[in-house]
Design a protein around this ligand. Sequence first.
Ligand SMILES: NC(=O)C1=CN([C@@H]2O[C@H](COP(=O)(O)OP(=O)(O)OC[C@H]3O[C@@H](n4cnc5c(N)ncnc54)[C@H](OP(=O)(O)O)[C@@H]3O)[C@@H](O)[C@H]2O)C=CC1
Ligand SMILES: C[C@]12CC(=O)[C@H]3[C@@H](CCC4=CC(=O)CC[C@@]43C)[C@@H]1CC[C@@H]2C(=O)CO
Length: 294
Amino acid sequence: MALLKALVVFTGIFLAVYFYSAGDVFEPAMLKGKRVIVTGASSGIGEQMAYHLAKMGSHILITARTEEKLKKVVAQCTHLGAASAHYIAGSMDTMTFAKLVVHKAENLFGGLDMLILNHIGHTYFGYFDGNIDHVRDLLEINVLSYATMTVAALPMLKKSNGNVVVVSSVAGKIGLPLTVPYSTTKFALDGFFSSLRMEFIQQNIDVSITLCIISYIDTDSALKTVSGVIQQPAAPKEECALEIIKGGALRKREVYYQYHATKIPLLLRDWAPELLQSLLLKNYNMDNFQRKEV
Ligand SMILES: NC(=O)C1=CN([C@@H]2O[C@H](COP(=O)(O)OP(=O)(O)OC[C@H]3O[C@@H](n4cnc5c(N)ncnc54)[C@H](OP(=O)(O)O)[C@@H]3O)[C@@H](O)[C@H]2O)C=CC1
Ligand SMILES: C[C@]12CC(=O)[C@H]3[C@@H](CCC4=CC(=O)CC[C@@]43C)[C@@H]1CC[C@@H]2C(=O)CO
């Protein structure tokens, strides 16, 4: 009887959420002429987000460390119809560079509408090795640079009633093996930005914060790293990139991509953690495992 009651409650909540959010319809024109920073855009999901934004006619500033890759992405963005496309190369391991990116956008565009925080620092896919200095370094790149850019961009985002889009992972909501340092940084993003969102509401600051909970994606770095350990298929980076942009444009609190591989585990996390744990561990084929640098 209790299970039936829980099921009825769940169904009611699901339908309420579904119909509440059903009114949000995304139009590519929402991004036309918008001024957007995309970090970690020399490859992977960030590169694909740049291309989607280009097709939608945005003004784009992309950043990463590898200048040659950034040049090629900017050239392709221009070809695809970006209102303008620019890059700045550097590492997010210093907060000076993190701030410099925002100041460059201000000089280029005179303002900012969307800040997409996507980059991640070098880490490993393997059992935690006890190296706390690496965790500290990764927190600088994966968390503090995100916070630094948000602080630097906030005056512009307040003027435009803009959006901050934070790319996280299932590993930022659920403990997973082989990614302890990385997962630490992704959980920290949830704490920082979900708390900040509440303060924005309290202070009537109309800047949206969209936290993106992403499952396994077919980027070169992920496929190379995981190579047979993760049993689930990797989802397409192009579609993932578009869903992130849609969520930011619609000012969603959170984006779940792929839905079945993120939202369902999150429901289980709170209602049946032991069941989730056993299902997740079945997803890892440790016969194929060897520690990989990412
Ligand atoms: N792929 C997946 O399965 C999943 C990915 N995600 C998230 O999606 C986002 C993108 O991942 P993905 O596209 O796979 O990653 P990629 O490795 O393809 O891209 C990472 C980007 O970050 C840049 N980068 C790396 N180190 C630094 C640094 N020190 N300073 C500045 N930029 C840096 C890289 O460029 P460069 O080397 O030139 O600096 C690159 O542009 C990440 O936030 C990740 O956590 C979440 C869940 C799953
Ligand atoms: C760390 C990285 C990106 C991830 O978040 C995934 C991880 C492989 C295991 C995973 C399975 C999932 O269902 C959720 C995502 C994730 C934790 C990936 C290995 C390398 C990836 C990376 O560093 C960014 O490309």
